[in-house]
Design a protein around this ligand. Structure first.
Ligand code: SIN
Length: 560
């Protein structure tokens, strides 16, 4: 039984009954900054914060295991002479279907070049070419859906890997940064939970050292959530295993405002293959002329949107879903065979090689693709500085909802958001609580673990995990209905009770903690979707198929 159970009034009885069985693990560590997550947002925050104090980067697996590292297409930035901040802003607002915060969009877009330069200074190399006449080196710019101009900086088709590798190397060299790898953040420690008077403040985090199975107490007045998204809540996703919505779940449990969770973006083109389930086929391929076709070679996208295969993602994903339902086939196809093998192998080496290994020569045959959960447009509600509704807690990147993405994110805007907002969040952080100047030293209790048995019913955890992901896919994916949402809510309620029972009664493990977060996330998505009685951006319901101007507002929810 953990500390939260003890302080929660509901579980006070359990606390007294179990007191004699408690064992203690004394290990409190204090840092100026605690960053949870090690993708672009976490690492770029940590690198900057290290100039002001000590930083812990808490990450549940190896630091390299992030959604950032899986990003293929690239990072947006206005660089071309024929492009402008106004056009990038307009494209972002267009994709966001009326829910973007225009001021946030224009701030992030216009601060893009500076953030990109910082990435380059940290060693990130984007593809570029040298003009044979002038000898001038210019960055190569790709194009993706919803963009009116070429503005995607990339490193072949493994842009995220390039960014992650370089930032990680830089951070590992920094003496002020301590990596706590294989440390699973369990819950935020807040003054409210410790019984102090409001307003609530975040003062640290409990984290499970997955290797030693001990829980450590980490203390700081500046906790920054950079935990990424929650694609794994769905059966089919382009996200890595770690994307289980841990940051949103922790923030929710702590009573922080959460916004727009109904807007789950489905990427139109995930490889359809019986062996490989989460392999993205980058939208940049459509930017280079690849077309979506059905099994007979018919280019169907123009029937849905005049921008064809390069329409924004929500439109393309829904069109594919409709085509699949119409034809009864398992997938559609992406055809890039108009490009030469040399071009494809050079521009998209990762996709070319991966598909070739699976027996698909993409220079000769179309690629089987299906939509899959890709990006969480909502998250912990923040402003453009990552400031959340709770003092001492910031959120940056996919975990956050700044207002940049609205109801549907424009492709390749997310890495940009992480790079820009992490810089702003640090500034806000340092301004609010100068490092070394602790607000009020609060004694933190250690995590207390009951003498509890190991989870011997692992099979139930895996079963629940599968059930959540399947029901979310079947009832809460690209096309929703009120009835399906109700069904999902009922099932999730039962699952939540079962998971809670496990949580209280057994020693915590990484699998159990992920399951606990997944069921929380699924419930937040269903609850938010049920509240939106219209269709907008990534949220489409057959019961309310139109957007309603009087419903054009964020869905903000909070536990307390
Ligand atoms: C892609 O490469 O298609 C993904 C880019 C993104 O999601 O921003």
């Amino acid at each position: 039984m953990g500390f939260w159970q003890a302080v929660s009034p509901v579980f006070t009885c359990c606390w007294f009954i179990k007191t004699e069985e408690l064992t203690f693990f004394f290990s409190i560590k204090t840092y100026d900054f605690i960053v949870i997550g090690s993708g672009i947002s976490g690492l770029s925050f940590a690198l900057r914060a290290a100039k002001f104090g000590t930083v812990a980067v808490v990450t549940k697996q190896e630091a390299m295991t992030t959604n950032t590292a899986w990003a293929q297409g690239g990072i947006c930035c206005v660089k071309a002479k024929n492009d402008s901040f106004a056009e990038h802003t307009a494209d972002t607002l267009g994709a966001g279907a009326g829910l973007c915060d225009e001021e946030v969009v224009s701030t992030i877009v216009s601060e893009g070049p500076e953030a990109i330069q910082e990435l380059i200074d940290w060693g990130v190399k984007f593809d570029s070419s040298v003009d044979p006449e002038t000898g001038e080196e210019t960055l190569d710019l790709g194009r993706e859906g919803g963009h009116s101009k070429r503005r995607i900086l990339h490193a072949k088709d493994t842009t995220g890997r390039e960014i992650e590798t370089k930032l990680l190397a830089e951070a590992r060299e920094n003496d002020q940064i301590e990596f706590l790898e294989f440390h699973f953040a369990i819950d935020l420690i807040t003054t409210k939970k410790l019984g102090y008077a409001s307003p609530p403040r975040c003062v640290g985090v409990y984290a499970l050292n997955v290797k030693t199975e001990k829980v450590v107490t980490l203390r700081s007045d500046r906790v920054i959530l950079c935990t990424g998204g929650s694609g794994r809540v769905y059966l089919y996703t382009t996200n890595p295993d770690v994307a289980t919505g841990d940051g949103v779940a922790m923030a929710w449990r702590a009573g922080v405002d959460i916004a727009n969770m109904e807007f789950v973006q489905f990427h139109p083109t995930c490889l359809y293959h019986h062996e490989v389930k989460s392999f993205l086929i980058t939208e940049a391929m459509r930017g280079e002329g690849a077309e979506l076709i059905d099994k007979d070679g018919r280019q169907f996208m123009k029937e849905y949107d005049e921008r064809g295969s390069l329409a924004p993602r929500d439109i393309v994903a829904r069109a594919i879903d409709q085509e699949i339902k119409k034809t009864g086939g398992p997938c559609v196809f992406l055809d890039i065979t108009h490009q030469s093998k040399e071009y494809i192998a050079d521009r998209f080496p990762n996709i070319y090689e991966t598909c070739l290994d699976l027996g698909i020569d993409i220079s000769k045959e179309p690629i089987p693709v299906v939509p899959a959960a890709h990006y969480q447009c909502g998250g912990v509600a923040t402003d453009v500085n990552g400031i959340t509704s709770m003092q001492g807690l910031w959120a940056v990147g996919e975990v956050a909802c700044t207002g940049l993405h609205g109801a549907n994110r424009l492709a390749s805007n997310s890495l940009l958001e992480g790079a820009v907002v992490s810089a702003r969040a640090l500034e806000a952080c340092v301004k609010t609580f100068p490092a070394g100047d602790e607000v009020e030293l609060i004694e933190l209790p250690e995590w207390e673990s009951g003498a509890v048995s190991d989870v011997d019913e692992l099979v139930v955890i895996y079963h629940n995990w599968d059930e959540i992901r399947r029901l979310m896919w079947d009832y809460v994916s690209i096309v929703r209905t009120t009835k399906r949402l109700q069904r999902a809510a009922t099932r999730l309620h039962n699952l939540q009770n079962e998971v809670q029972e496990f949580y209280w009664n057994f020693r915590v493990t990484a699998d159990l903690l992920e399951l606990r977060n997944l069921v929380e996330l699924a419930t937040l998505i269903v609850d938010s979707a049920a509240r939106r009685k219209e269709s907008r951006g990534a949220h489409f319901t057959l019961d309310y198929p139109n957007s309603e101007s009087n419903l054009r507002e964020n869905t903000v929810i909070s536990k307390f």
